[in-house]
Structures are given as C-alpha cells and as structure tokens.
Write a protein that binds this ligand. Sequence first.
Ligand SMILES: *[C@@H]1O[C@H](CO)[C@@H](O)[C@H](O)[C@H]1NC(C)=O
Length: 148
Amino acid sequence: MKAAGILALIGCLVAVTKPKVYTRCKLAKIFSRAGLDNYRGFSLGNWICMAYYESHYNTTAQTVLEDGSTDYGIFQINSFTWCRNAKLQDKNHCHVACSALLTDDLTDAIICAKKIVKETEGMNYWQGWKKHCEGKDLSEWKKGCEVS
Ligand SMILES: *[C@@H]1O[C@H](CO)[C@@H](O)[C@H](O)[C@H]1NC(C)=O
C-alpha cells in the first residue's frame, strides 16, 4: 500500500518535469483561449509560427546566450530583461521566475509574451518570427485546427 503510494507520487513528479512538446493545433487552441488571436493586431498564425521557430513547441527549451543570460520556454523569453533566475535579477519585467516559463501550463509564458509585445511595440523581439513569419501569409499555421 505504502509502496504503491510512493510509486504514484514518483509517477506524478515525472509527469510534471518531463519535457512537453505541444502539437500545433493544441497550441492554437490554448493561444486562442488565452486571447492571443489578434492581440495588438497579431493574428493567431503569427503566434503559432513564432513559437515553432523559437522552441519547436517545446515548453522546456532553454538556450544559454553568450552574454550569460538564458532564453526560456516555448517563446524563448530572456532572463536579462523579462524573468528572474539565479544569476540576473535586475529587471524581471514580467515579475515571474524564469522556471515558471518552462511548465506545461502556459499561463505565465503567455502573460509575459503579451507584456513583451506591449512594451516593445510588436513581435520584433523574436528573431525567429522576424526571419520566418513577419509579413508572410500565416493562415496555414492554424489550418485544420478547431479555432475560428
Ligand atoms: C525539449 O527541450 C529539452 C530541453 O532543451 C530537451 O532536453 C528535449 O530533448 C526537447 N524535446 C524535444 C522533443 O525536442
């Protein structure tokens, strides 16, 4: 009985920490529900395209940059300005721990991404978006997904 309980607990912990890679349509639904479609004029396709080129929809993606900062999560949000990690605590504009941007629950990452778009006036923050998504026909990105 005890052993079964412990096993169940371990199972839960593994489920929480295992990398989560979303499918395109699952992400489309989450983004749509979170109000990203047409947020500040950026259609849903922009967000799905951006997340693909930034993280390949991998919520646990982390990239350490040359300046010592790190990009976190599905939107590769940087620790220097936007979130708080052990090293750099100076700005943290999103008032969030960087580790909270790596979870399956995308709430914090979406709130922070909205803040970036608002404060930097657009999606230019994301190099992947600039290079691959900006100015393109992005309707394909939500094609076949049950979103309006
Ligand atoms: C997701 O990112 C993590 C951390 O970088 C990596 O270990 C994992 O292999 C990635 N998963 C996939 C399916 O690419």
